[in-house]
Design a protein around this ligand. Structure first.
Ligand code: SF4
Length: 294
């Protein structure tokens, strides 16, 4: 029903996805390029054997520097049915996954709900919703009781920056409201004995070259509005060859000064969470989208 007049995210395309594709580039068939045990997420997510990660193809943001460009922008992937997706979740659990991590799930929320209705009673591990943060709070409300841990990005603060990199001048307005909806749903973070996050909202932020002041405004908002949420400040920005010449400021790596200044600022505000080594800014950490695990 929702797909017939798709308004799942702030783009509110209003297209019938049975016939046409909206901004996210996908119809109604679930599209994916990989499912695997993922060892390199934050320690509270990949704490034992790794997250059981399922990558959805397509995206409602299309950021010009996206490290998952092959699937988010170029839409590489294979069509998967609901029952196949349910079997993939069970198979990840059998391989020892610490959780089921849904990566870039926003444009497939109705399909995720349908799949979880089939299989949630057989899953003993938390379900994680790892998104770019450009969400409608109403869509997050649909996920109540299906999702245990939200892992949203807050990517941009300034409308000028989000318009430039993702054609989404209203990004922060929706990301901030959605993070509030997520934290209302999950409550305070809860960890198991092994240090795994089993309930709560973990916010991620990737510091971009030439944009550290935008990052600091995001930290201000977090400390004032969701001070109990752990925050992962990411250092893995990688200037890929495909970045357009219109964005010369993005064609270099982040400097130590840029990253450290954001981390120090967050620490002064009392924000807790995770930081990342600069060595993580390497193409080798981009998953190989080879349809494995599907
Ligand atoms: S999910 Fe896709 S089709 Fe639906 S409103 Fe968002 S971008 Fe448009």
């Amino acid at each position: 029903m929702i797909y017939e007049n798709c308004r799942l995210c702030p783009r509110r395309c209003g297209v019938n996805r049975y016939e046409k594709k909206g901004f996210c580039g996908t119809g109604t068939e679930i599209l994916s390029a990989k499912a695997c045990l993922h060892q390199w997420e934050e320690p509270c997510i990949s704490y034992r054997n790794g997250a059981g990660t399922f990558f959805f193809s397509g995206c409602n943001l299309h950021c010009c520097f996206c490290q998952n460009n092959a699937i988010s922008n170029e839409l590489f992937g294979k069509a998967i049915t609901y029952s196949q997706l349910a079997d993939i979740f069970l198979s990840l659990q059998e391989k020892g996954a610490d959780n089921i991590e849904l990566v870039t799930p926003t444009h497939f929320v109705p399909s995720i709900i349908k799949t979880l209705d089939l299989v949630k009673h057989k899953l003993r591990i938390p379900i994680i919703y790892n998104s770019g943060g450009y969400e409608l709070p109403e869509t997050i409300d649909l996920l109540n009781s299906y999702i245990d841990v939200y892992m949203p990005d807050i990517k941009y603060f300034s409308p000028k920056v989000s318009a430039r990199y993702a054609s989404a001048p209203d990004y922060f307005e929706y990301a901030s409201r959605s993070v509030l909806a997520m934290t209302r749903q999950t409550g305070k973070p809860v960890y198991n004995a092994g240090g795994g996050l089993i309930k709560g909202t973990l916010i991620r932020h990737l510091v971009l070259p030439s944009n550290r002041h935008d990052s600091m405004k995001i930290m201000d908002w977090i400390s004032r509005n969701v001070p109990e949420s752990p925050v992962s400040i990411m250092n893995q920005y990688t200037p890929f060859d495909f970045i357009d010449d219109r964005f010369p400021e993005l064609k270099r790596r982040l400097t130590k000064m840029e990253y450290n200044s954001v981390v120090c600022y967050a620490e002064k505000l009392g924000i807790n969470g995770y930081t990342q080594q600069q060595s993580s800014a390497n193409e080798k950490y981009v998953p190989d989208f080879d349809l494995s695990g599907l």
